[in-house]
Design a protein around this ligand. Structure first.
Ligand code: G16
Length: 558
């Protein structure tokens, strides 16, 4: 780094001192904390994004969001050139940068890293960063801090895209680096064109109103509701009733949104008895998660169709297209099978969903929580479908497989119309579903298209399998980092002894399964339990939560 660069960094450093006594780390989905603590961190992530852009010689994304967290929190994360999460290799540097107190330590840290990563500051390439934020009131000021960070790397340019969903930003970064037009309009056009293509390919021709009930969507009082209004305006094929859009004045994620619906399993605000039996969906605070639900008669209970059920619907559809494509004309499968399909879940996946997928003959892999892990694993297949139970997921298509489909689709028409259509459907799915990250808007369109294709109502979809009763709890502890897990978070290796007690508790319940893990987005330990009855799942989750509270918490639970 030259002197001009050093002095720019030193000068700006003094304007963004880190908050005292707080150590933040690049967790499950970037840095997250109370918004009042984040200015310095976001400024430093601006620097990080510019360095990442120089290193990769590509456009990088920086998103200000805390997604499902409460409105007073905020967060920041980086999208890599392919639109995915920032490489995990850079996370330790992100942590060290966020934590540097002394100006010279700060400068040395950057200097050493730049050298180690061979980042070049030549004039031929300058850093370029796309910036966006969700609807949180703290977003605008934090976005300014990010710009300040970016601008202290000589020549770096930032483009403020304003309020976007997280997946829109990831999509735009990916598109821009592929040389594709990358405005919000382009995003919606691609989604809607491929959705229409899927609808046109429905067996027996386009059918309107197969799902006679309207779709009712809870927008979490956030950016998702706002963008869904735009989508609705552009699409005549979908009749959507949007509730809790950010315009209605409700509080972001407060009694609404995919995280609330999935964890509490009750109706979100704005829904009630008039919606009984209707097809309802819920987005989270930055629209990267999607769940569906049915309002049950009497009270506020729902039947939840979570990420596992969305995954199962997608898997069934993709498997059907691959079978048609690979069928040899005599009812048997071609010996040169095209399109290896793989499924990726986490330990939160309901046991019934995993059994269902395995019974379909599919490969099911397990990773730790966090799309960065699931995405990496899913990219190993020709078609990799990943979903967390909380509704965060997508379908990845390997480029080679897509090129093969593209090159063969016309030739397939001379062999069989059905094979040709199966190829077209897979190509349409690859354009409809976000290839960068889980995206509630594109996921919703794909669910709707597949339900129409199958001629299914939400009730029929819900019957694919019956969930094992489950319960999720969270426990406040003194220091959540003391809990270390292994085997895709199914085993606690530290502190010693906890796992033995959890095992003993699990033994008290038929099909009892329980695990704990430190959250990467909230200051809590999460507890998940499932068993054959709701009472048993609740009791197992409670007893493990009490154990965690006694050993690591504040002893306030009974
Ligand atoms: C983020 C991650 C998800 C993760 C969720 C909860 O979602 O992207 O992969 O499942 O946090 O993580 P944790 O249990 O570690 O708090 P979002 O929608 O909040 O960005």
């Amino acid at each position: 780094m030259n002197e001009e660069q050093r002095s720019l960094l030193l000068e700006s450093f003094s304007r963004f001192p880190p908050p005292k006594g707080v150590k933040l780390s690049y967790g499950t989905a970037g840095f997250r904390a109370d918004a009042s603590l984040l200015e310095s961190t976001v400024y430093r992530v601006g620097i990080l994004a510019a360095l990442r852009s120089l290193k990769t010689q590509s456009v990088i994304g920086l998103m200000i969001t805390a997604s499902h967290n409460k409105v007073s929190d905020n967060g920041v994360k980086i999208a890599d050139p392919d639109g995915g999460m920032m490489t995990q290799r850079w996370e330790p540097f992100a942590d060290a940068l966020a934590d540097a107190w002394d100006p010279y330590e700060f400068l040395c840290l950057i200097d050493d890293f730049v050298r180690k990563e061979s980042i070049s500051f030549d004039d031929d390439h300058t850093a370029e960063i796309l910036l966006a934020r969700d609807t949180r009131p703290s977003g605008e000021a934090l976005l300014k801090a990010a710009k300040q960070g970016i601008s202290c790397i000589v020549g770096a340019v930032s483009h403020d895209l304003g309020v976007l969903t997280t997946p829109q930003l990831h999509w735009m970064v990916r598109a821009k680096n592929k040389g594709i037009e990358a405005t919000e309009r382009d995003y919606f056009e691609q989604l809607l064109n491929s959705f229409r293509c899927m609808v046109d390919l429905i067996p027996g021709g386009r059918k309107t109103n197969l799902n006679s009930e309207n779709l009712i969507v809870d927008g979490a009082n956030g950016v998702g509701g706002e963008k869904l209004e735009v989508l609705k305006e552009l699409c005549d094929d979908l009749v959507i009733d949007i509730r809790n859009s950010s315009k209605t004045g409700g509080m972001l994620n407060e009694g609404v949104g995919a995280d609330f619906v999935q964890k509490e399993k009750v109706v979100p605000c704005g829904f009630g008895s008039i919606d009984i039996g209707m097809r309802c969906a819920s987005l989270d605070g930055d629209a990267d998660r999607l769940v569906y639900f049915l309002v049950l008669p009497h009270g506020s209970k729902i039947d939840l169709l979570d990420g596992d059920k969305i995954l199962s619907l997608f898997a069934l559809f993709i498997k059907e297209q691959l079978s048609v494509l690979n069928e040899d004309g005599h009812g048997t499968t071609n010996s040169h099978y095209h399109g290896h399909l793989g499924i990726v879940q986490t330990a939160y996946a309901n046991g019934a969903s995993t059994n269902y997928l395995k019974n379909l003959g599919l490969d099911v892999a397990l990773t730790p929580t966090g799309v960065k892990y699931l995405h990496e694993k899913a990219a190993e297949y020709d078609i990799g479908i990943y979903f967390e139970a909380n509704g965060h997921g997508t379908i990845l298509f390997r480029e080679n497989f897509l090129s093969w489909l593209e090159s063969r689709k016309d030739e397939l028409l001379s062999i069989s119309k059905e094979k040709h259509k199966a190829a077209l459907r897979l190509l349409a799915v690859s354009k409809l579903i976000n290839q960068a990250v889980g995206d509630a808007l594109s996921g919703l369109l794909l669910v709707e298209a597949i339900l129409q294709h199958m001629g299914w109502s939400i009730h029929m979809w819900n019957k694919l399998y019956v969930d094992l009763p489950s319960r999720q709890l969270k426990v406040k502890v003194v220091d959540r980092t003391v809990v270390v897990t292994a085997n895709a978070e199914t085993l606690v290796v530290s502190p010693p002894g906890i796992q033995d007690t959890i095992n003993a508790l699990m033994g008290n319940y038929p099909q009892g399964r329980c695990f704990i893990r430190p959250s990467g987005t909230e200051d809590v330990i999460r507890v998940y339990a499932e068993a054959t009855t709701q009472e048993a799942a609740d009791s197992l989750a409670n007893s493990v939560a009490v154990l965690v509270d006694q050993l690591l918490g504040f002893g306030s639970m009974q």
